[in-house]
Design a binder for this molecule. Sequence first.
Ligand SMILES: Nc1nc2c(ncn2[C@@H]2O[C@@H]3COP(=O)(O)O[C@H]4[C@@H](O)[C@H](n5cnc6c(=O)[nH]c(N)nc65)O[C@@H]4COP(=O)(O)O[C@H]3[C@H]2O)c(=O)[nH]1
Length: 667
Amino acid sequence: MIDLSKLLSLKMRTAVWIIDIEHSTIPWCNKAAEILLEDSLTEIESGNRAIGGSLKKRLLTHLERYDEGSPLAFKWHFIAKDGTHYNCHGSVVSLSDGRKGLAVEAHPVIDQALPVVTHLDDPLLGEEGIFKRFKTLPFAIFDSEGNSVSCSERFVSLFGDITNLRGIFEASSAANSFVERLAKQESLSQEIRLLTLDGVRWHRIEAFSDQISAYTYLLVDDIQEARDHEVALFKLHNYDNLTSLPNRNLLYQQLEKALINAKKRNRQFGLLYLDLDGFKVINDTFGHRVGDELIQRVAERVKGSIPTRSCLYRLGGDEFVVVLENVESIEELEDIAKAIMSNAISTYPVAKMEMMITSSIGIACYPQHANDIDSLLKNADAAMYQAKSMGHNMYFVYENRMAENINAHLTLGGGLRKAIDEEEFELYYQPKIRLSDETTVGAEALIRWFHPELGMISPDNFIPLAEESGLILPLGEWVIRRACRQLQEWRELGYPPICVSVNLSGRQFMQTNLVDMVKQVLDETGVDPKYLELELTESMLMADGQQTIVKLHNFRKLGLTLSIDDFGTGYSSLAYLKKFPIQALKIDRSFIKDLGVNCDDNAIVKASIVMAHSLNLKVVAEGVEKRSQVDILKEYKCDEIQGYYFAKPMSSQDFLGYMDSHTMFYE
Ligand SMILES: Nc1nc2c(ncn2[C@@H]2O[C@@H]3COP(=O)(O)O[C@H]4[C@@H](O)[C@H](n5cnc6c(=O)[nH]c(N)nc65)O[C@@H]4COP(=O)(O)O[C@H]3[C@H]2O)c(=O)[nH]1
C-alpha cells in the first residue's frame, strides 16, 4: 500500500509544513516547502527554525481557540527569498506528543513550477490519521472500480460527496481516458478542468495507482489562479488595453503565419496600414481622455467595416493595421479601404461632441510589393504617407516611388531645425477683398519654405512636422515677428497700414506665454495691435474651456482681432462660438468650391453668414476662384473674400506691386 504521507511529501506541488509553535520549530515539511524555506533549511533540519515573536503570539492565541483539525479562519502572506508571493492558510494538527501544532499550506500567488522530488524520508507522519492532520489538502483514495474509499475534508469541501472518481471529470468528459491511462501506468500527472462546488476550475492532478491494492490515490492542486494569471499575462502582451484589439505582437505572429501559408500554397495576402488624420491635434487640443475615447470609437467602427475573415490590429497611437489572407486581387484590399473611408464620414459622438475623423490608408500585398514582413509593413506605411500627403480620407496602393517620398519626409523633419536657423522661410501675403466695393482691406500671411534642394515646400507638408517636433513654437514666433516687421516696413515705405492675419497652430495656441510673446513682438516692432489678426481654428477653442477664454480675452485686451479659420470643418456650432470673444469667421473653402453647384453648400454658406451676422461677426469666404462665387457671396452679404479669383498668395515684394496697382482701403 502506498504511504500517503510520502506521497504528500513527494508529489504535492503546494508547499506544506507543520509548525510546532510552542518550540518554534518545524518538525515536518514536504519538498516544496523545503525549497520555499530554503533560506532557513539548516535550522529546519536541526529543528531550530525560529518563529518570529509577533507571529508566534498570534498563532498561539489562535491555537488555544481552535480544535484539532479546524482550519484557521484567516490567511497570511509569505514572501519567499526569490520575491514570490504566497498565500498561507493553516489548520490545527496534533503533534506526536499530543500537543497542538499548525499545518501550513502555501499557495503561490503566481504559478511556481516547483520541482517534484525523487526521495524524502518522512520521519514524523505515519499514514494513520493523515486525513485528519492534513484536512486542508485535497486528496482522496478510490478503489479499482473508481468508488471513493476515503477523502480529506478539503477534497469534500471542493468536490462535494464524490462517490465515484468519474464525478470530478464531468466538466471535461475525460474520465474514461484518465482511467484508461492510469491503468497502463503507475502514476499520472495532468492539468485538467474539474467540476468543483465553486464551478469548473483548472487543476493539476497527481494520480498513483497501487498495483497490489488496486487503489488510486489522487492529489489535486487548484491552479486556476495561475492559469488566470497566464491568460492575463498573455492578454497584456498581445492585446491593446484601450481597444482590446490584438496588438503589434500578434500582428507579427499572424503575418509570419500568413507568409508561411502563402509561400506554401502559392497564395497572396495583404495589409492596410491606417493612420488617423489630424489625431494629434485632437489629442493636444481636447486632452488624452477624449483622444482615447475617439480611438475606441474608431476601432469599433473600422472593425465593423472590414470583412469578418480579416483581422484588425492596433499598432499603438492612432495607427491600425488590417490583415487579409488568401487575397485574390488587390481590388479586394481596395474595397476594404473604401468601406473604411465611407464609414468614416459620419461623426463620432465623443465627450458630448460630434467629432469627425478620417484616416489615410496605405495598401501593400505579398508577393507583389515585398517578400518579407518588415518590408511589407514598411511599404504599406510609405503608401499611407503618400495618401496623407494628398489630403485626408484617402488610400494608396504601394508603388516603388513611394519609398523615396518617405525618405524625403524624414529628411524634411531633420531639415526643419536647420531651416529655422538659416532663415529659409518667407511669408507670402494673400489679399483680402471687401465685397461691397471690391477694395483690398487686408492680407493673410502664409508661410513658405524655400528648401535649398527641394525648392518651395507647402506649409501643409511641413507644419504637421513642425507640430510633431515642437519646432512650431520658434517657427510660430518667427511668423508673428516677421509679419509685424513687414507691417512696419510697409509703413516706413509710405504705405498706410493694412490689417495682416497670421495662422496659429494648435500646439502654439497652448503655449503658456503666447500672449506675452505676442505683446513683446508688438512692443518691439511698434505695430498698432489693431492691425494684427490671429486666425484660430475651431478645435483650438474646444481645448480647455476656461483657460482658452482667458487667453482670448487677454489677446482682446492687447487690442488684437481674432478670427476662426476653416469654419465648418471642425466640431463647433455657431451658438458655441458665441462664448468666445471673436470678431470674424472664415468659411472654409470646401464649402465655397461648389457654391452655385451644390444646393447644400449654398444653404450652409447662406445660413452661416446670416447667423454670424446675428452674432456681430464679420464673415470672410476663402478659396474664391470664380466670378459666379463672388456674385453669390455678394448676394448672401458676405463681408470679405479671399481667393485666387482676386490674387494668389505673393511675396512681400510682389505685394508692394499689388498695393500700387489696386484700390486699397485704409482707415
Ligand atoms: N485652392 C485654392 N486655395 C487657395 C485659394 N485661396 C487661398 N488658397 C490657399 O488656402 C490656404 C489658406 O490658408 P489656411 O486655410 O489658413 O491653411 C493654411 C494654414 O492652415 C497653414 N499655414 C500657412 N501658413 C502658416 C503659418 O504661418 N503658421 C501656421 N501655423 N500655419 C500656416 O497651411 C495651410 C495651407 O497654406 P497654403 O498652402 O498657403 O494655402 C493657403 C492659400 O494659398 C483659392 O482660391 N483656391
